[in-house]
Write a protein that binds this ligand. Sequence first.
Ligand SMILES: Cc1cc2nc3c(=O)[nH]c(=O)nc-3n(C[C@H](O)[C@H](O)[C@H](O)COP(=O)(O)OP(=O)(O)OC[C@H]3O[C@@H](n4cnc5c(N)ncnc54)[C@H](O)[C@@H]3O)c2cc1C
Length: 387
Amino acid sequence: MSIDFSHIPSSIKEKSNSELTTSIFLFRAVRYKWLIRFGQVALPYALWIPGVKYLLRKTIFNHFCGGETLDDTKKVIQNLAAHHVNAISDYSAEQAGTKEQQEETRKNILQSIKFAGQQKNVPFACVKITGICARPLLEKISKKEPLNESEQQARKEFLERLDALCGAAAEQGKKMFIDTEESWINPAINEAAEMMMAKYNREKHVVYTTIQFYAADSLAYLQRLIDTVPYKVALKLVRGAYHEQENERAAKMGYPTPILPNKEAVDNNYNEGLRVCIRNLGKVSFCAATHNTGSIEWLMQLMKEYHVESNSDIVSFSQLYGMRDNLTYELAGNGYNVSKYIPYGPLKETLPYLIRRAQENAGISAQMSDELKLLLKEKQRRKRSDV
Ligand SMILES: Cc1cc2nc3c(=O)[nH]c(=O)nc-3n(C[C@H](O)[C@H](O)[C@H](O)COP(=O)(O)OP(=O)(O)OC[C@H]3O[C@@H](n4cnc5c(N)ncnc54)[C@H](O)[C@@H]3O)c2cc1C
């Protein structure tokens, strides 16, 4: 079944004129890489300047985040439910250096899991490990360096936090996505995710680890999980959000980049990952977390070929809030199981997330000009009908 993804989604049609103008301004602005680079360096220091927070909130924050609190996101989640789209509340803190900050993040995610328990259209919770464990520790674990006593204690506490979150999700009958981050901390993240899958995925797919298919070793990792682990393998498949940082760090430190050499290689690798997953369905359950129309169409074709129902519980799609609503809404309208990640949190905490979204939109002109095209198409439509 082919779907026409070129329709203007209702989320764009429902924007007020001023919201539409702001979104157009935003997507035009993020095409300038130098502006993103400048923002990346300057913004964390500029938040105290009068008006900066207001401006950010009105533009990039409002577009890519559901709000500052879980309560703020309720309206968005209800609206998605009306369009048969599931939601995933994503507390977007990822720079938790101190134990207090890590505990705070754990409490916030726990709250989001309890909230999910009361909502029919929130099947997943999610956690970013750098919100509940310090980066230097993750790096040390990843390098397999010996930990001193206090680091061993911090590692134990981090695993307890993660276990409490996965356990709470399981109790509420929800699933848990564990996000992946940079390659130099991912071995520690993967190790923790595998521990949680071993505990919670004996009978059902509860804990989902994430594989980044821009990584040259991703297919081998996927195959190793399928071939060797004695539990259910649950996966979120992404291309990966840090390719520029990865290449820059590798060049700076003089080691070969772990990232595939170009976009085409990444696209092929991702699509091959989808094929491997669908061939192993049953042991594997997976979510294609992507805004790439080609990959979405490819998965729809695979589902048909392998006789997987479109509304299957073990194959799903997901996109980020504020991105490619045309894909999300059309998939939902055609009966597919699709969800939206809804990031939320205090403006300052969400900055790294917002900068990544801006970088992504600056980097992928073809894909993102589609986003801009839809916004401009809506503007034209309003002009014609004088809305
Ligand atoms: C629901 C959801 C959850 C996500 N969770 C995570 C997560 O846990 N961890 C994470 O890292 N990311 C995550 N992402 C982000 C994701 O990895 C991508 O950054 C983003 O989705 C864009 O990729 P795409 O598949 O949508 O397709 P496209 O827009 O077609 O592809 C863009 C991607 O291609 C790759 N790419 C582009 N140019 C090059 C190049 N020259 N060389 C090599 N690669 C290139 C990059 O990965 C880039 O992000 C998530 C995305 C979604 C939708």
